[in-house]
Design a protein around this ligand. Structure first.
Ligand SMILES: Cc1cc2nc3c(=O)[nH]c(=O)nc-3n(C[C@H](O)[C@H](O)[C@H](O)COP(=O)(O)O)c2cc1C
Length: 195
């Protein structure tokens, strides 16, 4: 199946990009096809900009092709970065009725706020479906720096195992949601926007 990983940090060389690459590698080990959408350097103009149609087209294509998504967001000022919220605003129905795993990133003990924010606001009109499992990468500078499973490095070991579990859950949702989309019950012709 096809997975799109959206990396929500605007920073070049961000820790979120490191986490995204780790997850891409894990999904590829599971024989999945992965495309990465990295918002480093904030490549998308704000909604309403005249140049948006042309710039959005390659993103739209990648998102349309995906069966499932991983949405990675750092915690910035207790929030989701604005470029990531802008991406959700630019979406039509590319993400509709597709399962997504939330992964949040903090250099310290944060990471809960962006989970709550994404679950509350980011999916209404694009109909993205967040699965109940999510991952919070705390102390990110010390985490996921290699692919070794070292039991003596307790926090990193736990996180790698938990992430592996979450990706397994996402895989099952990805398979099941194909049937849901095929049912045509999810046709959004009459209800373009969520309530
Ligand atoms: C503008 C800005 C605001 C931040 N605010 C928070 C915060 O509220 N909580 C937190 O845990 N970390 C915060 N951080 C630190 C991030 O956790 C840290 O940069 C981490 O590496 C994830 O961001 P990155 O993916 O951009 O590297 C902030 C970083 C930036 C650049």
């Amino acid at each position: 199946m096809k997975y799109a990983i959206i990396i929500g940090s605007h920073r070049k060389g961000s820790q979120s990009t490191k986490v995204g690459k780790y997850i891409a590698n894990e999904l590829r080990k599971l024989k999945e096809t992965v495309t990465i959408i990295d918002l480093a350097n904030n490549p998308l103009p704000l909604w309403g900009d005249a140049s948006i149609k042309k710039k959005w087209a390659p993103y739209k294509r990648k998102l349309q092709q995906a069966d499932a998504l991983v949405v990675i967001s750092p915690e910035w000022g207790g929030m989701v970065p604005s470029g990531l919220k802008n991406l959700f605003l630019l979406c039509g129905h590319e993400l509709a009725h597709k399962p997504a795993l939330i992964v949040t990133v903090s250099a310290s003990r944060g990471g809960a706020y962006p989970v709550a924010e994404l679950r509350m606001s980011s999916y209404k009109n694009n109909y993205l479906c967040y699965i109940p499992e999510h991952i919070i990468v705390r102390d990110v500078n010390d985490m996921l720096n290699d692919t070794k499973l070292d039991e003596t490095n307790k926090a990193d070991f736990y996180l790698k195992k938990r992430l592996s579990h979450a990706l397994g859950v996402l895989q099952e949702y990805a398979k099941a949601f194909v049937r849901i989309r095929k049912s045509k019950k999810t046709d959004m012709k009459d209800y373009n926007f969520g309530m």
